[in-house]
Design a protein around this ligand. Structure first.
Ligand code: PMP
Length: 448
């Protein structure tokens, strides 16, 4: 028995009818359950795990910090680890992002980013700039504001009406863009759609535009067409709209550079990180902003009106600093770029010829596979067949864990999986991942 039911437990799990594996421990890219079965953690949860499981260098530093001081209020105190993490991140960040704050989750930090933009417009005497433009598909979190900004219709169905100040524009998704030459025409096509959205809503009502430089699980690692972020940045600048990069999933080396924004020529006004920044060891997210914007607030109302209990908690920032130090000592971003190229090549070589593999996309150690019923017409499977759920169960039985996405790029339901192993993965572990995946797809699709 590798799985256990907790029908009478008090933990609020999403699906009480399901069997849950009981994980005993992890090491590197592997997880082990209580029966000793080994799983390759091919997506590190939802692309969270960066420095691998069982990383003693990181765990020891967190332990040391806990013995020093576990908690102080982040609005009244700072700590050496917090200052060191902020200065390291700002030194790496795209030009101009020179102030950092630390929160505990991706949803909180995307909300904080938009609140920052909205407060700035109020300080500037333009309170009517209250709307945010977000993209479909896209994901920015599950709290009400973050959910309002997320292009995942099926996540929202119980929670409307959500915030009406959110408007959407289409996000690039090459497989279903309908463009004959995505690389050549994509940037212009999506930039024009953004400009139309701005004109329809009225630029003077819009505070900010938020985008994932490489879209996460809502669009299976969709990479922007060349020139996209230069064009949208130019449009936003021209209309006075602040830009926010959500790098909660694609940041921290996942795409082969520390910041995906740098890689895709995006120079946002605000940038947020999560997941990989603490590699799953403790909750941590980061908000990076411009000093000049903070200064405007300081001279207006006094500062950014945002605080939470765990703001800047030293145990969180110690974890972030330990993770960044580990990156530096082990050249992890360069490693992720090198092994990521290998992963992308092997996925395309081995999987694309398989029946029902419609598209493979991604960059670095972030990839997405879309399965379709008919490759020629790109017709999806009927959602009722729950193809991706069945495939993931098959892979799980074979010892490979991947992250599902049952949402389709155009907002309807589809069958996608995300691959995003810990950044410490080696080429031979990539071989194992690709082999397990190909074997699982073949077995499963034959039965289908
Ligand atoms: N933004 C992006 C791009 C994400 O991928 C996620 C999480 N998948 C979030 C925000 C929300 O993060 P969290 O689940 O930590 O609240």
């Amino acid at each position: 028995m590798n799985t256990v039911r907790y029908p009478d437990g008090n933990v609020l799990l999403r699906n009480l009818a399901r069997d849950f594996p009981v994980i005993s421990h992890g090491q590197g890219v592997y997880l082990f359950d209580k029966q000793g079965k080994r799983y390759l953690d091919g997506s590190g949860g939802a692309l969270v795990v960066s420095v691998g499981h069982g990383n003693r260098e990181v765990a020891d530093r967190i332990h040391e910090q806990l013995l020093r001081v576990a908690y102080v209020n982040g609005t009244h105190f700072t700590a050496d680890v917090t200052e060191a993490l902020a200065s390291k991140l700002c030194a790496l960040a795209p030009e101009g992002l020179d102030r950092a704050a630390f929160l505990s989750s991706g949803s909180e930090v995307t909300e904080a980013a938009v609140k920052f933009a909205r407060q700035l417009w109020v300080e500037r005497g333009e309170p009517q700039r209250s709307k945010v433009i977000t993209r479909m598909p896209g994901y920015h979190g599950n709290t009400l504001y973050a959910l309002s900004m997320s292009g995942r219709p099926h996540y929202k169905k119980f929670f409307g009406p959500l915030l009406s100040e959110v408007v959407t524009t289409p996000a690039p998704y090459p497989y279903r863009s309908g463009l004959a030459d995505y690389a050549r025409d994509g940037a212009e096509h999506y930039a024009r759609l953004l400009e139309e959205t701005i004109e329809r809503e009225g630029a003077s009502t819009i505070a900010a535009f938020i985008a994932e430089p490489v879209i996460g699980s809502s669009a299976g690692a969709s990479v922007p067409p060349p020139g996209y972020f230069e064009r949208v940045s130019e449009i936003c600048r021209r209309h006075g709209i602040l830009t926010i990069a959500d790098e909660v999933m694609c940041g921290c080396g996942r795409t082969g550079q520390f910041f995906a924004s740098t890689q895709f020529q995006f120079q946002p006004d605000v940038l947020v990180l999560g997941k990989g920044i603490s590699g799953g060891y403790v909750p941590l997210s980061a908000l990076l902003v411009r000093q000049s914007h903070l200064e405007e607030m300081r001279q207006g109302s006094g500062g950014f009106m945002h605080a939470q209990t765990y703001l800047q908690a030293p145990v969180m920032t110690a974890a972030g600093l330990a993770v960044l130090d580990y990156y530096e000592r082990h050249g992890l971003v360069a490693h992720a770029a090198r092994v990521g190229e290998y992963l992308q090549r092997r996925l395309r070589e081995v999987l694309l010829p398989l029946p029902h593999v419609g598209s493979i996309q991604g960059v670095g150690l972030m990839a997405g596979v879309e399965f379709v019923e008919d490759k020629a017409s790109k017709r999806p499977f009927p959602r009722g067949r729950k193809v991706v759920e069945g495939l993931l169960s098959e892979l799980f039985a074979q010892g490979l864990i991947l992250w599902p996405n049952t949402g389709h790029a155009d907002g309807t339901n589809g069958d996608l999986v995300m691959i995003g192993p810990p950044l410490v993965i080696t080429e031979s572990e990539v071989d194992e991942l690709v082999e397990l995946l190909a074997r699982g797809i073949n077995r499963y699709m034959e039965r289908l």
